[in-house]
Design a binder for this molecule. Sequence first.
Ligand code: TPP
Ligand code: MG
Length: 541
Amino acid sequence: MTVAEFIAKELRKTGVEWAFGIPGGEVATMLEALHQEGIEFVLTSHEAGAAFMADAYYRRTGKVALVLATLGPGATNAVSGAAQAYLDRSPILFLTGAVATRLKDVYPHQILNHVTMFGPVTKWSETVCAQNVREVMARALTDVKAYPPGPIHLDLPVDVALDTLRQEDTQKPGRVPPVEDLSVLRKIIPMIQESRRPVFIVGLEAVDKESAALLSAVVESQKIPVLTTYKAKGVLDESHPLSLGALGLSPSFDQIAIDFLQEADVRIALGVDPVELRSDWLEVWSELQVIGIGQDPARFPGFPSFIRWVGHPAAFLKHLEGVGSTLREPAGDPSFQKVRAQHVARWDAAEARVSTIAPGVLAPHQVLRVVDEECSDAVITIDTGAMRIAANHLIHARHPNQILQSNGLGTMGYALPAAIGAQIALPNEVVIALVGDAGLLMLLGELSTAAARDLPIVVVVFVDQSLSLIDLKQSRMHYAHVGVDVFTPNFAGIAEQFGGQGFVASSLEEFRRQLQIGRSTRGCLTMIHVPIDQKSYDALM
Ligand SMILES: Cc1ncc(C[n+]2csc(CCOP(=O)(O)OP(=O)(O)O)c2C)c(N)n1
Ligand SMILES: [Mg+2]
């Protein structure tokens, strides 16, 4: 058996069913081995797009996929995708082809040090050879999902792919599971029981079905309100009366959350990773005196907890589940009512602008509300930009991982490929991508990937002919308006060129109808080009 065949067999054996990427001569042997094992390969337009597809595929199925890239430019393109997976903790295996071992140090064309390049954006990165491949594969397939889940990179020189495997190594001993610290729990649980105004801040470590079910049960029985990070939207259904929405990246909405947290008497940070928060949170976090629950709540000293319990959020919630209900009535509490009123005041400010907007151009918050009303059952991917921040405060997630976004890296270009990955994962779901005009242009080529597979994704593009988020920052800092105007095509026409259906929305009613048509269409993609009033974002940040 060759090294490439062995890698493919090990991947298949552990449940890897899909690979995404772009081949080059240096991975042709690996691609053939994947094909022989029945692992389906999706040709993408860009290697970062491939990684975003693998990310969304994991978020929707819990399964690991492979990103396959060739040497040099293939590897450099894939690095952005690894960085996104690294900061958002998505387990993805990256495999790059590399030049033949004998040429590595004597020939330069397209040759870079892949292991060094991937090192800082993966859990680890190693070159495979016939002697180490058994051990490396066993470690990679375990480590990729072990805490904290994340990307792993393997570099496979073209000659090694064809090498014959050596004798089996001896197995290394497995890891010993950590022991739970019950003494800390005996302090934390009474604090929560005796509190009058507790609140949960839920983060990315709690984004799973088990934590979601336990959190709803605890919240229901103990009447504890919930704020989540953007990544954890939906761990408690956001239409639940005790859901107070999301926090993390919007200065004005964060201030509402901070006021509420300051008035609480117990704050439980459940699986929060500071990668989810703007750096301004550094200033307030230590004053908030949080109870830190998570796999490693002391990882970032700038975000301390005054007491912490180490373990999975679901395990903690199990302990809290049985401790009996209290007589709290948060909905009647003045600080709870104040949050609700402050949210309404923010939306009123946006609403006040609507009458000044030119005909045929739409207010982003109104468009997002229509998406929320029409797509409560859909998977929604959101690209980075001003639109993403507004969307996180307007769209209600019903389930964990219903909304997919690049949060830790906050990269543009995520939403379209992520929609493709989500649709490949679950072909019968309705999948909607919300994306800014510049973000769509960045990886527009992935429309080809969707078209090649007749994927019925619906792309809603917010056309404000601007990098609005950056424009907004420039004007708030009184800087010149430079480098933020975007030339945009008619995206509806572009979709038609890819065999899809395209619409331009010139009123909210029209947009609603087009969205309804798009979500019920099968067999081809839908693009809705929505002209957007860029100036509306000021009131929404
Ligand atoms: C790959 C990448 N490059 C640059 C940025 C910085 N950035 C953040 S938002 C943004 C503007 C995005 O414009 P658009 O997609 O049109 O969204 P809008 O802000 O207009 O809603 C930019 C340039 C980024 N996050 N990712
Ligand atoms: Mg824009």
